[in-house]
Design a protein around this ligand. Structure first.
Ligand code: COA
Length: 398
């Protein structure tokens, strides 16, 4: 990876940006529902939460990762129709599994630069209606068509290579990976929007069917349908909607080269570290200032690598942080109190937006008591696309 300028300036900020409303559908299997219906459900819930009028919204930012999965190749227009915002400027973003964050970044840039006062961000995906083998194929088509997809690699396969490298270099074990799954399934139990409400033990994970060794069924995030929406507003506007705005303190974005085979190490994801450095630099905060985090655990190994790239643990020590219980609710840095991608679910376009829904509800002390982070003032969201080709790290505070 070429790092000509490791720190880029944040966007030219004319106004601070706040989250003033959030909404989300349940993540899981939504048989027979159209993408636009799910998107509308989340959008109306976010608009009601913010008490914004349709006429207030100056920009619509849509995040849908794959048209093939839902059979709706240009989804933004059907979503605009469904939410009754025809006529408003609208843009769709795509960044694979980080699509939701890319859509938030587009709306944030509009507001912070003064192009709009109020925007809605809608992330949505339908993944379960085509069957697992077609879904796996459509997802794999997001990898490099010439040197990866055509040779048969899939996402579980790529993250399995990363897990094997981490295990070889640092002694991380299959039991360590299983602990991520156990923690996140436990957290999802009390999240009514989560796909799974079932605890799993280390033995359950180790005994689940192999998907791409060393990863097993219970190391993988599921195929999910779902939508999430947030309303962003300029500081001046935000004060007219709510007394409890949640501030976007920073959005650090970064990218990396496309081919996994050209990475120096398979056990790290440098674009996460770069995005985090940018977010910390923009906000003047550090990893030690974070009260909690939602991270991108598309496969269990990804959560362990995220701890290391975000500075919660030294490189190679991510599994120890987990074993020590530091990332449990009530630990030093609770991670994925929502259940994460693993157990809350991973409808690609909705995932990054759903992280902000969770951060906002935590910062407003609105989540179920047993998974509420005590005194939460600052939270971090880490969302990546592919194996880190697109990375976003964002920081939100009360
Ligand atoms: N975690 C936990 N349980 C899961 C699961 C998962 N990831 N995936 C499926 N299940 C459960 C189902 O709910 C179902 O339970 P039930 O029998 O009690 O109803 C059972 O396992 C079988 O489900 P099924 O849909 O037949 O599983 P599958 O074998 O077709 O798919 C995976 C399993 C792991 C292949 C699929 O979830 C997958 O592809 N995940 C990765 C998605 C991905 O790559 N996302 C992008 C990340 S970069």
């Amino acid at each position: 990876m070429v790092l000509l300028n490791p720190i880029t300036r944040g966007p030219e900020v004319k106004s601070r940006v706040a989250v003033v409303g959030v909404g989300q559908t349940k993540f899981g299997v939504h048989k027979g529902q159209a993408l636009s219906e799910l998107a509308a459900e989340a959008s109306f819930s976010a608009m009601a939460d913010a008490r914004v009028d349709h006429s207030d919204i100056g920009f619509v930012s849509v995040g849908v990762a794959s048209g093939s999965l839902s059979g709706q190749l240009s989804p933004a227009a059907s979503i605009l129709d469904a939410i009754g915002l025809v006529g408003v400027p609208c843009q769709r973003s795509e960044a694979a599994c980080a699509t939701g964050s890319a859509a938030i970044y587009a709306a944030y840039s509009h507001i912070s630069s003064g192009l709009a006062d109020t925007a809605i961000v809608i992330g949505a995906e339908i993944m379960t209606q085509v069957g697992t083998s077609s879904a796996t194929d459509y997802l794999a088509q997001m990898t490099d068509s010439r040197w990866e997809y055509s040779l048969g690699i899939t996402f579980p396969g790529m993250f399995a290579l990363m897990a094997s490298a981490h295990m070889k270099e640092f002694g991380t074990t299959e039991e360590d990976l299983a602990l991520v799954s156990c923690k996140n399934h436990r957290n999802a139990l009390k999240n009514e929007d989560a796909q799974f409400h079932k605890t799993v033990s280390v033995e359950d994970v180790l005994g689940s069917p192999p998907v791409a060794p060393p990863l097993k069924l219970l190391d993988c995030s599921p195929l999910s349908d779902g939508a999430a929406a947030v309303i962003l507003a300029s500081e001046e506007k935000a004060r007219t909607y709510t007394d409890t705005p949640v501030w976007v303190r920073a959005i650090g974005a970064a990218s990396s080269g496309n081919l996994l085979s050209e990475r120096k190490h398979l056990s790290s994801i440098p674009s996460i570290r770069l995005a985090a450095m940018r977010a910390f630099q923009q906000s003047g905060l550090s990893s030690r200032d974070m009260d909690f985090a939602e991270v991108h655990d598309c496969f269990t190994i990804a959560e362990i690598i995220a701890y290391e790239e975000l500075g919660f643990a030294e490189r190679g020590k991510g599994a120890k942080l987990l074993r020590d219980g530091a990332t449990e609710i009530g630990g030093d840095i609770p991670v994925n109190a929502s259940g994460g991608l693993k157990a809350k679910g991973h409808p690609l376009g909705a995932t990054g937006v759903g992280m902000v829904v969770e951060l906002t509800r935590q910062l407003r002390s609105e989540v179920e008591k047993s998974r509420q982070i005590k005194d939460a003032k600052v939270g971090l969201a880490q969302n990546m696309g592919l194996t880190g080709q697109y990375s976003y790290v964002s920081i939100y505070s009360r």
